[in-house]
Design a binder for this molecule. Structure first.
Ligand code: AMP
Ligand code: FE
Ligand code: FE
Ligand code: ZN
Length: 270
């Protein structure tokens, strides 16, 4: 039961549609994936429909919420969420509007810096209107203002850089409560990327259910360290690739659901 539990689609900043992602995951021999788009659940339905076409392939409904804690971006994954829940849908719609507002602020700031990117240039990269900074970064590359997406983040878009704007987001507490209120498991995403590791203790204190120990950006040592922290605190150990399209790492990072009985149990009840 091999599952890649961290996968993005075109409903956030992923390159492929949910259907394409499911086809790829199946052809790679995975038994399932969790769809975890940034602040969005819209891809889950389409991925599930596509998953139904394959025998013994399963799609776990998920989301990756972006929150801010201790002045840094903290990502929280929700699994087995009820993606038909009205409150959850309302929150994701509010977050989508906030992303549009933020994109306009970023574009205005860039304009002041003589960097001219049109909103419609950005929309070319965001088929779902769920605009993330990677879409703006791609427009900056396309217009030759920067050489790469990374450079766009380094020069303009990362937290603390000139065109960074904070958008409306839930607090860590609110995020955890919301995921729990819609029946989900709450997992701290890629802790290896956190600058301030005290956020891990804080998230545990606030009630997360698991830690994403296995991740494409974690070293072997990091995976070991976070696995130990999860075990000590009786938390679920999860993992996934954080696939966005390029590079093609879908399924290279995964968990065997046999090793995550609490999740497997839920999944059998679906
Ligand atoms: P946003 O959803 O607008 O907050 O953008 C966050 C997303 O941007 C992350 O999930 C990554 O996919 C991407 N990202 C963040 N930092 C970088 C970076 N330094 N280089 C490339 N992509 C990044
Ligand atoms: Fe992303
Ligand atoms: Fe993330
Ligand atoms: Zn992600």
């Amino acid at each position: 039961m091999l599952f890649d539990l961290h996968v993005h689609t075109s409903f956030s900043d992923g390159k492929f549609t949910p259907e394409e992602v499911v086809n790829k995951a199946f052809s790679k021999g995975l038994n399932g994936i969790a769809i975890t788009d940034h602040d969005s659940i819209d891809g889950v339905y389409f991925a599930s429909k596509q998953g139904d076409k394959y025998k013994n392939f399963y799609v776990i409904p998920g989301i990756e919420f972006g929150t801010i804690s201790n002045n840094e971006e903290v990502h929280i994954l929700g699994y087995f969420i009820d993606y038909t829940n009205k409150e959850l849908i309302d929150v994701t719609q509010k977050l989508r509007s906030a992303r549009i507002e933020r994109a306009n602020k970023i574009l205005n700031k860039l304009y002041e810096m003589n960097i001219i990117i049109d909103f419609k240039d950005v929309l070319k990269y965001s088929s779902s209107n769920n605009i993330g900074r990677p879409h703006i970064a791609k427009a900056l590359v396309n217009k030759n203002y920067v050489k790469s997406v990374e450079e766009a983040f380094d020069l303009y878009l990362s937290r603390g850089k000139p065109a960074y704007f904070e958008r409306f987001h839930l607090s860590l507490d609110e995020t955890i409560n919301l995921i729990h209120s819609v029946g989900g498991f709450c997992v701290l995403a890629h802790p290896g990327l956190l600058k301030d590791k005290s956020i891990i203790d804080d998230a545990i204190y606030k009630g997360i259910d698991g830690i994403e120990c296995i991740h494409s950006k974690h070293t072997k040592l990091e995976t070991q360290i976070y696995t130990n922290i999860a075990k000590t605190n009786h938390l679920i150990i999860t993992g996934g690739s954080d696939f966005h399209g390029d590079p093609d790492i879908l399924g290279d990072f995964y968990v065997d659901l046999e090793d995550v009985p609490k999740m497997k149990e839920r999944f059998e009840n679906v």
